[in-house]
Design a protein around this ligand. Structure first.
Ligand code: G3P
Ligand code: CA
Length: 260
């Protein structure tokens, strides 16, 4: 079976920042919980530290998700390791910063195939450095050149057409998803121009433009919808033929999918 592909033809479930509705986002515990709940895929955001390591952090700063403050790109990994990235959350569990390498290890060592959706943040500001580092790490883990897109264990996702294009140029088999809410970009020629294998509208955009899924399929692209935490949205994604559905609550979404 392809990595993380739903057996049923229903949307496959991607844990957005881990099971982040229950535990602190981007922590090892949140990803382990998502995997134990049966998630088909994991989503993470990656940023470069001052010393060139990729860490799983959504915001530009660590202020919201740690017990400290500062800009990620101005801090070293060793500095980030001094802080607690879990206790801010209502679950109250202390946690270290998570590196992409640590998350890849968890994903690839899991006892069933799981796919990791890696979102590059602010690739314009860093030029091509984020993608270069990401491809270096994926190469190191042996997942940069999968036998086919369907069997890839990693998917690079980005709001930046330039970022997607850089990945496609260097790693042509690696699946890529162009995220966005602009119909012009994800429904039109931009996704084709950069060679994205999928498009990623928000669920709000998909509610307004449900035809996006068929348009993507007609162009040979899959649809990845984010972030679907309501049962009606999960039903909509199933009805439309969305391939990947990102949620903060993988356990409850998997339950809902049983009946769609
Ligand atoms: O999975 C895509 C989604 O995560 C994009 O939005 O802000 O949560 O990274 P954001
Ligand atoms: Ca993200």
């Amino acid at each position: 079976m392809s990595a993380g592909i739903s057996r049923s033809g229903k949307p496959a479930v991607v844990a957005h920042r881990g099971a982040s509705g229950e535990l602190a986002e981007h922590t090892l515990a949140a990803y382990e919980l998502a995997l134990s709940q049966g998630a088909d895929g994991l989503e993470c955001d990656v940023r470069l530290t001052a010393d060139g390591e990729l860490v799983c952090i959504h915001d530009r700063t660590i202020d919201r998700t740690s017990d400290a403050s500062g800009v990620v790109s101005e801090m070293s990994l060793a500095q980030l390791r001094e802080y607690d990235f879990g206790s801010w959350h209502r679950s109250g569990r202390a946690a270290s910063v998570l590196t992409l390498r640590e998350l890849l290890t968890l994903t690839l060592d899991w006892h069933r195939p799981v796919r990791l959706f890696i979102e590059t943040k602010h690739p314009v500001r860093f030029g091509s450095m984020v993608e270069l580092k990401l491809l270096e790490v994926l190469h190191e883990f042996g997942v940069a050149a999968p036998p086919s897109a369907d069997h890839s264990r990693a998917v690079v996702i980005s709001f930046s057409p330039a970022g997607v294009w850089r990945v496609r140029r260097t790693a042509p088999i690696l699946p890529t998803i162009l995220l966005g809410d602009s119909i012009r970009i994800i429904g039109g020629t931009a996704a084709t121009a950069v060679g994205a294998t999928g498009v990623g509208p928000s669920i709000e955009t998909l509610r307004l433009h449900p035809d996006l899924v068929d348009r993507a399929a007609a162009a040979g692209r899959v649809t990845y919808a984010w972030t679907c935490d309501d049962q009606a949205d999960v039903q909509l994604c199933a009805d439309l033929g969305v391939r990947w559905l990102a949620t903060n609550y993988p356990a409850r979404v998997r339950d809902w999918l049983v009946t769609v």
